[in-house]
Write a new protein. Structure first.
Length: 453
């Protein structure tokens, strides 16, 4: 293919994407925020499209422009209308992965389920939603009725059903797989949707995400806005909201018991200034995405993000329920602040293990070290030596230990207290948050006397 032909397909693909996005905004505006949040990245020869964790829309421009070749199985409407509905439908499919998140797929894979079965299982409810909403997908897409399964089940349930079919009815499973595109050769809607569909493209995808993909804060913001729009549409009765999305709304409650967004908002603003106040600056380290179309490198908007450190009190006074609460609260902070990574350390009366950088996905595999006495001094001292230095130190503890007499300079400490019968306020300084729905338990921690020093 000549460079001229490639450019022509690129331009035509941008035009087709613009039409599809407008169509989606008109028919299902609650999907529009995510659709407009995708960053197109053209890859010739893919024959499909997929979305990375950084919301890069990896797409074969020729395949997308010539979508009319995929609508031969549609007989109820004109070829032109079917093409529009399918060009929109494949984008809506990727929206489904963003709304549902990667955590559930990753949990099933960690539990030992084959990746291709997990990916197919989580594609089924998304495709059922698309079919219910009147969108279209290519002939290889799989639905609950493709396998004779019940409708309106969860991705996890479909993974179990697919696993059982492959084990007890291997011929039937393989036969359906061949009809729908091959057991390991699936495309969008059939277990192959890029990183957000559970298919990691390796260093290539990760490198692109780091260079031009969206930050965790951006993704969290986009998803929150999209879910708010889904919630508003469901409450008003406007539009055809799929049942599975309504169920997803019901499960959207944050598991963390601490209202981190409201509790930490003032602290974060005070410490980092620009973090959540809406202000930003320009930097050539992250050029504007319009630079590539204009041919001129222009600085892009950047925001100052806080450096967070979590210290987990791993002393013997912290039982299993308390440690589970600690991990839940760390997850809550990640999700509410939209941070990509943070410092983490286990400390009892000494620094048990050298501090390390963790991501949200690491929480389920982090071991607990220590289990001795409690002393808050070593942890606060080591936090002041780290590079980059934490702006906010969140110390998750029952409070039963000795703390420094004075607060560390240029660092805000948040005592995140997991209540126990023997717990107390660690120091007269620092922010205090109680991990409990019963805030009356806060009373013993609010008082401080010189006898406690």
């Amino acid at each position: 293919m000549t460079p001229k032909a490639i450019k022509t397909y690129d331009v035509r693909c941008y035009e087709a994407l613009a039409v599809a996005r407008s169509y989606i905004k008109r028919e299902a505006p609650y999907y529009a925020t995510i659709v407009y949040g995708f960053i197109p990245y053209f890859q010739e020869g893919m024959g499909t499209l997929g979305v990375s964790p950084g919301m890069l829309l990896h797409i074969d421009p020729k395949w997308y422009v010539e979508m009319d070749k995929e609508v031969g199985h549609i007989k109820t409407i004109s070829k032109e209308e079917a093409t529009y509905k399918m060009q929109a439908g494949v984008l809506v499919h990727e929206v489904g992965h963003i709304l549902r998140g990667l955590e559930r797929l990753e949990a099933m894979i960690r539990a030992g389920y084959p990746k291709n079965i997990v990916n197919k299982g989580f594609d089924i409810p998304i495709n059922d939603d698309i079919e219910e909403g009147g969108w279209l997908l290519p002939a290889w897409a799989i639905y609950s009725h493709t396998y004779g399964f019940k409708k309106n089940l969860t991705g996890e349930q479909y993974v179990d059903l697919l696993s059982e079919m492959k084990e007890t009815q291997p011929q039937k499973y393989e036969s359906i797989s061949r009809i729908t595109g091959g057991s390991d050769e699936g495309k969008i809607g059939n277990g192959k949707c890029g990183g957000c569909g559970g298919n990691d493209l390796g260093d290539f995808e990760e490198k692109l995400d780091a260079e031009i993909g969206r930050s965790n804060a951006d993704k969290q913001s986009i998803r929150r806005e999209a879910m708010a729009q889904v919630r508003e549409a469901a409450a008003s009765g406007r539009g055809n909201i799929p049942n599975s999305l309504k169920e997803l709304l019901a499960k959207e409650n944050v598991k963390s018991t601490v209202p981190w967004k409201t509790r930490l908002r003032k602290t974060v603003r005070r410490v980092t200034g620009k973090v959540q106040s809406g202000r930003a600056d320009f930097s050539l380290q992250r050029p504007s995405k319009r630079s590539w179309s204009r041919g001129i490198i222009r600085p892009g908007m950047v925001e100052r993000r806080p450096e967070i450190m979590f210290i987990e009190d791993s002393s013997g006074s912290m039982g299993k329920p308390q440690l589970l609460s600690v991990r839940s609260e760390i997850k809550g902070v990640f999700q509410q602040l939209g941070i990509a990574d943070a410092w983490f350390c286990d400390i009892d009366s000494a620094v048990a293990v050298k501090p390390r950088r963790i991501r949200l996905k690491d929480l389920t595999t982090l071991p607990v070290h220590g289990r001795g006495g409690t002393d808050f001094v070593p942890g606060i001292e080591v936090a002041q030596t780290l590079i980059p230095r934490p702006d906010i130190l969140i110390y998750l503890t029952d409070g039963d230990g000795a703390a420094p007499r004075y607060a560390p300079k240029n660092m805000t400490v948040v005592w995140c207290i997991v209540p126990t019968p023997h717990g107390r306020r660690p120091a007269r300084w620092g922010e205090l948050v109680l991990v409990s729905d019963n805030q009356k338990l806060m009373e013993p921690y609010e008082n401080w006397s010189d006898d406690d020093e």
